[in-house]
Design a protein around this ligand. Sequence first.
Ligand code: NAD
Ligand code: GLY
Length: 373
Amino acid sequence: MKLHINLKKITDNSYDIIIGTKLSSVAGEIAKWNDVSKYFIITDSNVRRLYGNKFLKALQSHNVEAFIISVPAGEKSKTRKTKDQLENKLLKLNADRSSLIIALGGGVIGDLAGFVAATLLRGIPFIQIPTTLLSQVDSSIGGKVAVDHPLGKNLIGAFYQPKKVYIDVDTLKTLPVKEFRNGMAEIIKYSAILDNKLFSFLENNQSRITIHSASRQRRASPQAGGGQASLIHLIYRCCELKKMIVEKDERETGLRRILNFGHTIGHAIESLSYYKLSHGEAVAIGMVAEAKISAALGLLKQSEVVRLNNLLQLYKLPTDIPSRMDRNKIVQLTYHDKKAQQGKVQYTLLNKIGKAIVGVTVPKNIVKRVLSE
Ligand code: NAD
Ligand code: GLY
């Protein structure tokens, strides 16, 4: 005897990304949403102090039931233990399937709160309010949610899309410069793999792009005008590129791997530095290494490698592997990356600036040679 459970269906997980909105108006807008029983802001200790408490008050001023829960800032909070603690708190506060989780913060909060939302009561709705440049151009979009495991980053997670993404560019005014550079590394990555016009824009507008985020350092200059417009242009374009990729390959079965450019070598370097190198710094070094591998395979002109190297340096990102880092260990670690399949490391490499190819297997000796040059 046999029974067939037919679950073929078309789901609609579509959502909007609103760029340039103000946090205060977001509170008013979501407070009007129908069918939300309670609002739970999940944030980190820094963002709570800067924006979270105010956002909670703004929500409560609309007579809705709202709570805020914060975790210590930083990657160390992206764990199963923190997820467990959040779930305990949410359940004690009687979260139900009509509750809305609001991920307010950088990529750590988006990934963590999104994963909590994905599994609590088998899935409750959440929205993303990203407050770092990296999260505004990348991590808040596309539904990858996860926590880390001692064996590697993002090893436990899900694909779970938010209901909406609200980007308030003004929040970047308080962002530390190091975090701004992390975001710039991902922006440069988008341009290198997908958009040579964006790459040229970055080459030609550096003074406008840094000035806005660094405004807290009072580094006003004659070129300061247009800083916010340039930044909004960048964020919009990166969101547009990510939207295009995610719409074609939500679950990373092919095209979405293009976003891994620089990350194969980058992740290995990040972990061998014991996270002293930030994600953006490691990816910057990884992009140059992978561009050199592309050139070694005859895929990319040497002059394009130099262009990429120069652009990263223009944005004060490192491009050389730390001299004392063991090259063999870097190669070894690439085989433990979650992107490795059946013992093969799949690289995303460059054809030219603005064009990449996914799924290239590179002979180990070539990788070793390039890393040792
Ligand atoms: P983060 O969330 O740790 O934020 C960096 C720091 O900036 C933190 O100390 C935070 O408190 C602080 N901060 C956040 N917003 C601020 C603001 N407006 N002003 C001042 N300080 C602020 O780091 P991140 O770089 O945003 O995200 C990194 C994480 O994103 C990693 O865990 C990475 O794995 C993940 N990620 C996920 C995806 C995805 O598709 N899901 C993509 C890329 C990266
Ligand atoms: N940041 C990689 C991805 O979203 O696929």
